[in-house]
Write a protein that binds this ligand. Structure first.
Ligand SMILES: *Cc1c(COP(=O)(O)O)cnc(C)c1O
Length: 422
């Protein structure tokens, strides 16, 4: 796709679940079995292009924790975004996917010693890595390891935003140094490191007016701070990610240009470059989860559709009460005409929270139906677990390449005494 197409009508702000090619998804489920993640790396590239078009003069960094698959990281790198990493493991994976150190930020939140040891070791070969620190202790621990490289100071702006209290980080004392102590910590850091930026992240899910107002507040405070400590001595001011995606079929798409305008306006005049670090926005609508109905149980209030994917495969509904669109690929306009009714899609895990929806109006399911869960590309596979001794699911590209193999039970017990490898 040309640059022009990536910027224009060919690159809409959201790909809805209804727009995925049903026949192709059916084929992939037939070839690979279910549950299965399908990832469209072309869509990842489109999302990157849209971000770069909206923020032409900014550093756009991909928050890798949303989806760290190699194919996604490579696509993001080729699309020109940098990588923002939440652990040493993510730093390693970004470097392995070809990001040069200069395009890798490591955001160290209460970093385990093991993580600091590794990153400082790799810094030898990649001296342009940036480490973002949110506590004076982290500065001391870096200095103890001989690190005197690039540092960015994470600030707690005292402003939070997001779709659920568990993802509002901006006001949580866990993250960043308190705003009123930031200048002092920056001064201390300047004695020992090369301070290249300041950073804040309000939380995940900037969507409505209220979130946008909170985002604007955060950006304005960061602009003020940068001017106070000398913006001409900073390379960048990073105002975080959290750009929302419409999980609900009726939610409008985020107006990225308005967010970009509001950000630039709130930041004010600065010598330093603006940086943003979206995760979800890059990958959410590039992934769907496919799962098959194995049990149909009519009850008084709802029809329970028992499926082979659960909270171990996609945790967001259980963890955040997150809404995900669900489409029956064998019914309705995609397949045969079917009556609709309240349907509860429930997984195989022995937990009450293990449902993808409760009493949602959907085509009444038949055993064997294939369901697709939308916007599953962000924080989907990343949060997968082996709870209930369920091996993790497979991931394929839309083209049919296996990106991650289905785990086996031997994989689950591999580390256990008496397990597969003993
Ligand atoms: C998780 C995270 C992001 C990305 O959040 P999204 O909602 O996925 O955009 C950005 N920055 C930091 C520091 C994060 O922890």
């Amino acid at each position: 796709m040309s640059d022009e197409q990536l910027r224009g009508a060919e690159n809409p702000p959201i790909r809805r679940l209804a727009e995925w090619d049903v026949e192709r998804l059916r084929e992939l489920a037939g070839e690979q079995g279910t549950p299965l993640y399908v990832t469209d790396t072309d869509r990842v590239a489109e999302n990157c292009a849209r971000l770069r078009a909206a923020f032409p003069d900014a550093d756009v960094k991909y928050a890798a924790k949303a989806h760290t698959g190699r194919a996604v990281l490579e696509t993001v790198r080729e699309a020109g975004l940098d990588a923002e990493c939440a652990s040493a493991g993510e730093v390693r994976r970004a470097l392995d996917a070809g990001f040069p150190g200069a395009r890798v930020d490591y955001t160290a939140v209460n970093p385990p010693a093991r993580d600091l040891d590794s990153v400082v070791e790799w810094w030898d070969d990649h001296p342009d890595i940036t480490v973002t620190v949110g506590a004076r202790d982290t500065l001391d621990r870096l200095a103890e390891r001989g690190y005197d490289g690039r540092v960015c100071v994470r600030v707690n702006p005292g402003v939070g935003a997001g779709h659920h209290e568990k993802v509002r980080t901006g006001a949580a004392p866990k993250f960043g140094v308190p705003y009123d102590r930031a200048a002092e910590v920056v001064a201390d850091a300047r004695d020992r490191f090369e301070v290249v930026g300041v950073h804040a992240h309000a939380g995940s899910g900037i969507h409505g007016e209220e979130d946008l107002a909170a985002h604007r507040d955060l950006v304005a405070r960061m602009g003020e701070l940068a001017r106070e400590i000398g913006d001409d001595e900073l390379e960048f001011v990073d105002v975080g990610g959290g750009f929302g995606v419409p999980y609900h079929e009726d939610d409008p798409a985020l107006d990225l240009d308005s967010v970009a305008d509001a950000t630039r306006e709130a930041l004010g005049d600065l010598d330093a470059t603006l940086a943003v670090e979206p995760g979800r926005y890059v990958v959410a609508d590039a992934g769907v989860l496919l799962t098959r109905v194995n049990t149909v149980k009519p009850t008084a209030e709802t029809t329970v559709a028992g499926v082979d994917a659960g909270m171990t495969d996609l945790l967001r509904p259980a963890m955040y009460d997150a809404y995900h669109a669900i489409r029956n690929l064998d019914a309705g306009d995609a397949g045969d005409a079917r009556e609709t009714g309240p349907v509860t899609v429930a997984g195989p895990i022995c937990e009450t929270g293990d449902t993808f929806c409760d009493g949602r109006e959907l085509p009444l399911p038949d055993r064997g139906d294939l369901l697709a869960v939308g916007n599953a590309g962000a924080y989907g596979y990343e949060m997968a677990s082996t709870y209930n001794s369920r091996p993790r699911l497979a991931e394929v590209s839309l083209a049919g390449d296996v990106l991650r193999e289905r785990e086996t039970l031997a994989g689950v017990t591999r580390l256990e005494r008496g397990g597969a490898d003993e």
